[in-house]
Design a protein around this ligand. Structure first.
Ligand SMILES: Cc1cn([C@H]2C[C@H](O)[C@@H](COP(=O)(O)OP(=O)(O)O[C@H]3O[C@@H](C)C(=O)[C@@H](O)[C@H]3O)O2)c(=O)[nH]c1=O
Length: 182
């Protein structure tokens, strides 16, 4: 496994070693000791799996209490995955990073607690799988608008094509009005 810091250094791109053979392939997707050796001493308590059609955008989500660190990947299709640093004390506060996660590249992204997370389905569909360091706590869930002008995220969405959102995500708040972390 290669652990590669992104332009937000606490957000880590992980490239697994894929062992291909005549049967197909094998790869490790979580290995506690290898993550610890890379400085990521994390404990996961919940796994999630969602499927979305092309053009769906989920996010930007976070929990203001019980914040979740997330290890995310795509097992079918492709997404543009985005993390936003919501920690006021961080040098990268208010900045975002986006990476392509796909069935083909098999990349994973580590998004620490204190970040908002979202993704846009760029392929015909996406099956999105992730591990979380804390439990879902609906009362603490918050959503920031995906198209917040201050964040200015460069989503790879064709001009004039509005992404498909949940009702909750359509009601997302501006970054400037959002509850943030110290
Ligand atoms: C997040 C979550 C949702 N649910 C339920 C609530 C609802 O009925 C249904 C769909 O919930 P949502 O609309 O919130 O699902 P979704 O929009 O996919 O929410 C997810 O988005 C991505 C970007 C994240 O980062 C995740 O942490 C999570 O917030 O699933 C759970 O049972 N457990 C969970 O952990």
């Amino acid at each position: 496994m290669d652990f590669i810091p992104t332009r937000l250094p606490d957000v880590i791109l992980i490239k697994p070693q894929v062992a291909g053979d005549a049967r197909g392939y094998f790869m490790e997707t979580w290995h506690e000791r290898k993550f610890q050796d890379a400085g990521l001493d994390v404990r996961f308590v919940q796994d999630n799996h969602s499927r979305s059609r092309h053009g769906i955008l989920r996010g930007l989500h976070y929990q203001i209490r019980q914040p979740q660190g997330k290890l995310v990947r795509v097992v079918s299709g492709a997404v543009f995955d985005v993390a936003v640093d919501l920690r006021r004390s961080s040098p990268s506060f208010g900045q975002w990073v986006g990476v392509e996660l796909s069935e083909e590249n098999k990349h994973m992204l580590w998004i620490p607690p204190g970040f908002a997370h979202g993704f846009y389905v760029s392929a015909e569909h996406a099956e999105f799988v992730y591990k979380c360091t804390d439990f879902w706590a609906p009362q603490h869930e918050r959503t920031i608008r995906w198209d917040d002008s201050e964040l200015d995220i460069a989503w790879p969405i064709p001009t004039h094509a509005a992404p498909l959102l949940s009702e909750k995500d359509r009601a997302g708040v501006a970054f400037s009005d959002a509850e943030l972390f110290p």
